[in-house]
Design a protein around this ligand. Structure first.
Ligand code: 3PG
Length: 211
């Protein structure tokens, strides 16, 4: 089966958008840098509005909803048009809501027990977070031992930088990586669109051989 669209580039920009009106220019800045996948985190009140604005205004962009901590956020994300969901941890309520709303979800895991629970709940693509703090590439290599044959794939995020990203993408069990360095909250708040485009273009160039 071909990879879903949000995984084809193997790179997801994790964004915190304080002002919903920044959503479209941010998405355009990422696209100008060659990236078509963004995760808009539910850490700000305008997250759902930001997702809806991007879906309407920048249809080439694939938009996910991140930091899904509760079932009602899943519903808001789906109503806004989110194409995938991401959670920092493994919540059965979030999992059930995603399933009920047909939202592909990357629940967050770090331990083998959490990987097993996520597999039991039917999820195959798991956020590995916070990646660098919990052993990074070496931890993912170790998890591939007992779980490689299950087909589980990981999306590590948390502390990944342009210097380390290729180490992650070299692992076959890594579906994609996520990170905020291309569009840090401060850069978005400052409307630093050319800078965001430049950082994105640099990342897209780096990952080209890893696709
Ligand atoms: C997050 O959910 O905050 C992401 O994992 C991004 O982490 P980063 O800011 O360290 O890239």
């Amino acid at each position: 089966m071909p990879d879903p669209i949000y995984l084809t580039q193997r790179l997801i920009c994790v964004a915190v958008i304080d002002q919903a009106e920044d959503a479209v220019p941010l998405a355009e800045a990422l696209l100008a840098g060659g990236l078509h996948t963004i995760e808009v985190t539910f850490r700000t009140a305008g997250a759902a509005d930001a997702i809806a604005r991007i879906r309407r205004g920048v249809p080439q962009m694939c938009v996910g909803a991140g930091t899904l901590l509760a079932a009602d956020q899943v519903k808001q994300a789906v109503d806004a048009g989110a194409q995938f969901g991401v959670s920092p941890g493994l919540s059965e309520a979030v999992s059930r809501a995603a399933r009920a709303n047909q939202l592909p979800l990357f629940p967050g895991v770090v331990t083998p027990t959490e990987v097993m629970r996520a597999l039991e709940l039917g999820w195959q693509i798991l956020k590995f977070f916070p990646a660098e703090t919990f052993g990074g590439v070496n931890a993912l290599k170790a998890l591939a031992g007992p779980f490689g044959h299950t087909g589980v794939k990981f999306v590590p995020t948390g502390g990944i930088t342009p210097t380390t990203l290729l180490n992650y993408l070299a692992l076959p069990q890594v579906a994609a990586i996520g990170g905020s360095w291309m569009a840090e909250r401060k850069l978005v708040a400052e409307k630093a669109w050319p800078k965001i485009t430049a950082l994105t273009a640099e990342a897209v160039k780096l990952i080209a051989p890893a696709k």
